[in-house]
Design a protein around this ligand. Structure first.
Ligand SMILES: Cc1cc2nc3c(=O)[nH]c(=O)nc-3n(C[C@H](O)[C@H](O)[C@H](O)COP(=O)(O)O)c2cc1C
Length: 341
């Protein structure tokens, strides 16, 4: 089965093509520290056989948190906790990435102010952000670089830059949230400038032999927003710095999104073909049949399962067993998996 074939990206070899996408568990303390709930959650998915585990949106700075209960990577004291998760998952043969994020105008955490390309609130329930100055842009870019360095020191196999869902990078990319008149706003090239500068700084602080993932929203699902054609151009601008693109959609502004199994796969497919880059497909992928369809038809290179892996951390192990696939089950479970079915 295609999903059980290994996948190689730079120095990282995944034992299968199933990914746990980053999913905020909103259970950190107010200081963004790792606790046992995080550890148990991620290590359970590793014991369940997930090839690549991407740790949830982890804030590069305090006012870059989505909520008061997001994980943080803004200071070196966060490294040991994050390292514990990475090592715990690696023990079971999973590879581990961490998603680094600045929430921009979607920060709901306690903070003196929030930052965004333009001073426009997401809606009436959010604060009006401060328009980020060029000096603050420089500062935030350095924070991305420091976060990458910490992720490397914590032993992560890969790093994902969160460029999706209407957080800071995505706010720069979308014409809905970026009304700037300087070199960071206006044309697509200008709106991509912040992302490009972030990726440059991250690359300086992240080992070149380890993969760098970029998560994007391929479309804002709104006529005045980003379209997949725009995202294709952006990926073409940054693909020399990115090893795989994790293709999601939406989140910049409220939009009507028609959802159905695999509803975002077409965007992963377009970016894969038009930009000639590996992609991860995500969004309501819950069955072996759909995974086979996506991988078999080469519509994406990897498949992420979010809520399904929340419901069933053992999806991979069970699918291997149900299909008689040779599989290296965790030692303690071997009595239940005596050989090929
Ligand atoms: C509770 C929850 C938390 C999420 N947190 C994040 C996050 O931290 N970073 C991110 O990029 N996406 C996040 N997402 C989006 C998921 O990664 C995924 O794209 C989405 O759930 C669709 O996949 P699914 O239908 O397989 O669940 C979150 C989704 C949920 C439901």
């Amino acid at each position: 089965m295609e999903m059980f074939k290994p996948f190689v990206l730079k120095d990282m070899t995944l034992k299968n093509k199933i990914v746990l996408p980053p999913m905020d568990t909103y259970c950190a303390d107010n200081e963004g520290n790792v606790n046992d709930i995080h550890f148990n959650h991620y290590v359970s998915r590793a014991m369940g056989g997930v090839g690549l585990i991407i740790v949830e949106a982890t804030a590069i700075t305090q006012n870059g948190r989505i909520s008061d209960h997001c994980l943080g990577i803004w200071e070196d004291s966060k490294i040991p906790g994050l390292k514990r998760i990475a090592e715990g998952c690696q023990r079971y043969g999973s590879k581990v990435a961490i998603q680094i994020n600045h929430a921009g105008r979607k920060c709901t955490a306690k903070a003196d102010f929030t930052l965004a390309p333009s001073a426009i609130a997401f809606d009436e329930t959010y604060r009006v952000p401060k328009e980020i100055t060029k000096d603050e842009i420089k500062e935030v870019i350095i924070q991305y670089g420091s976060a990458a360095r910490r992720a490397s020191e914590a032993g992560y196999d890969a790093l994902e830059v969160h460029g999706a869902h209407g957080y800071l990078i995505s706010e720069f990319l979308s014409p809905i949230t970026n009304k700037r008149t300087d070199e960071y706003g206006g044309s697509l090239e200008n709106r991509a400038r912040f992302l490009i500068e972030v990726l440059k700084e991250v690359s300086k602080n992240w080992p070149s032999q380890k993969p760098l993932l970029l998560r994007v929203s391929a479309t804002d699902h709104l006529p005045e927003g980003m379209k997949v054609e725009d995202m294709v151009k952006i990926i073409n601008m940054v693909k020399d710095k990115v090893d795989i693109v994790h293709v999601s959609t939406g989140g910049v502004a409220l939009a009507p999104i028609k959802t159905y199994p695999g509803y975002q796969v077409k965007y992963a497919d377009i970016i894969k073909k038009e930009c000639q880059v590996p992609t991860i497909a995500v969004g309501l992928i819950r069955t072996e049949e759909l995974i086979n369809e996506i991988l078999g038809n080469e519509r994406a290179d990897l498949v992420a399962m979010g809520r399904e892996l929340f419901r069933n951390p053992y999806f991979v192990v069970q699918t291997a067993w149900n299909n008689g696939v040779e599989y290296d089950y965790p030692d303690i479970y071997k009595p239940a998996f005596p050989g090929k079915r």
